[in-house]
Design a protein around this ligand. Structure first.
Ligand SMILES: [Zn+2]
Length: 72
């Protein structure tokens, strides 16, 4: 998936930025919600999102701070 997609997509709940995790999900570290991507199309429906652990969210926050444009 194009890493730039996270620059234009925001979390539908808080309008915050999204990070991409190893599974290719789009993760809002503020809400700790992971939005799935099917066939390259992000599913930005809150009810379909998976809740990630605080540990996973923290890892993604740290990774994004270290390299904001570098997907994991
Ligand atoms: Zn959010």
């Amino acid at each position: 998936m194009d890493p730039k997609i996270t620059e234009v997509l925001v979390c539908p709940v808080c309008k915050g930025p999204l990070a991409v995790n190893k599974a290719g999900e789009l993760v809002c570290t503020a809400c700790r919600l992971a939005y799935g991507v099917k066939d390259g199309i992000p599913d930005m429906i809150e009810h379909n999102a998976r809740t990630v652990s605080e540990e996973e969210a923290e890892k993604l926050r740290a990774a994004r701070t270290a390299a904001p444009l570098d997907p994991l």
